[in-house]
Design a protein around this ligand. Structure first.
Ligand code: B12
Length: 261
């Protein structure tokens, strides 16, 4: 491999490890393909490769408290966003590279084809292309050192970097704990997550609940409407709207024994 590439990779890795990113991989755009997401060049025509980052989630995802589970994720989302931004500035300063950030979870395209269920860049496909892990029975990427409790982010850049070698060893022990611990039965069919079953449990104060609430609201009397505004259902919807998508279920992610310690 050209030493120029190695030097850039090692400088980028050193910078990100110093920020507190757990692991870093590189993927050339030619090695990334996600059948449902748009081609990368339609999002950023200059893109030649991407830096994919892995962030370990702590024990918050095991907490019995809905708020503390989500708070742990918010910490991670904020931190990973900031690392994406710092990397973009670093690439500009050091290599005069143009780069853009991929959302960790949202915003998402809400068009009628994707309905908020498909990322502009699929970060699991990106993580695989960057050699950061392998897909498990839960349809999540298992990182060889960090396990399942990892979220990924990516930065697209105009530097034409070769991909890191793919990870090929099977890390999933097919224990099916993830399948059994899913309260929605969303993982019953191998190789597929039933998105709507998952959503009803993982985002109970999301769009479905909002439609249900407002449908009931318009059919209610003024007295009933006043009561609805002070109900826990409304307060939960209100909070979810302030915070963004709010995850209530982490079972498939937190129950996986790989890397849980
Ligand atoms: C929309 C979304 C959801 C939706 C839809 C999920 C879905 N089917 O993709 C819902 C709300 C259901 C969801 C749930 C969860 N999500 Co989510 N989600 C996303 C998001 C924003 C986009 C995903 C996407 O583009 N999907 C479309 C394509 C890729 O999926 P698909 O083609 O339908 O693939 C399915 C099958 O084909 C099958 N499959 C068969 N062969 C292959 C091969 C490969 C390589 C892949 C990737 C899949 C695959 O697996 C897929 C699951 O249904 C990503 C962030 C991002 N930008 O990537 C996070 C992301 C996938 N979510 C994540 C997480 C952690 C969760 C949850 C645990 C919720 C939580 N508490 O955090 C659950 C897990 C559900 C599960 N076990 O599948 C992480 C996964 C991290 C990891 N370690 O892998 C991501 C990457 C966010 C991040 N920044 O890290 N999510």
């Amino acid at each position: 491999m050209n030493t120029g590439f190695e030097e850039i990779k090692s400088k980028v890795k050193e910078h990100l490890l110093n920020l507190g990113v757990d692991d870093i991989g590189f993927a050339n755009v030619a090695d990334y393909s996600s059948p449902k997401s748009p081609p990368i060049q339609t999002l950023f025509p200059q893109a030649k490769s991407m830096v994919v980052m892995a962030f370990k989630e702590g024990s918050s995802c095991e907490s019995p408290s809905d708020s503390l589970r989500m708070n742990g994720r918010l910490d991670l989302m904020e931190f990973s966003r900031s690392c994406n931004y710092k990397l973009i500035r670093f690439l500009d300063r050091e290599f005069k590279s143009e780069a853009i950030s991929v959302p960790v979870s949202y915003p998402l395209d809400m068009g009628s084809k994707t309905m908020g269920l498909i990322g502009e860049v699929s970060l699991r496909h990106a993580a695989l292309a960057a050699g950061l892990g392998i897909l498990g029975r839960h349809n999540l990427v298992i990182h060889p050192r960090l396990g399942t409790r990892v979220i990924y982010t990516a930065v697209l850049m105009d530097l034409d970097m070769p991909s890191d070698p793919p990870y090929t060893e099977d890390l999933c022990n097919n224990c099916d704990i993830c399948v059994e611990s899913c309260p929605a039965g969303a993982l019953d069919e191998e190789g597929k997550t039933d998105n709507f079953k998952c959503l009803r449990v993982s985002q109970p104060h999301g769009m479905g609940a909002s439609i249900g609430f407002w449908n009931k609201f318009i059919k209610s009397t003024p007295e009933e409407q006043r009561k609805m505004f002070t109900s826990p259902d409304f307060m939960k919807l209100y909070q979810a709207q302030m915070i963004g998508f709010q995850y209530y279920c982490f079972n498939c992610y937190a129950s996986c024994p790989i890397g849980a310690d």
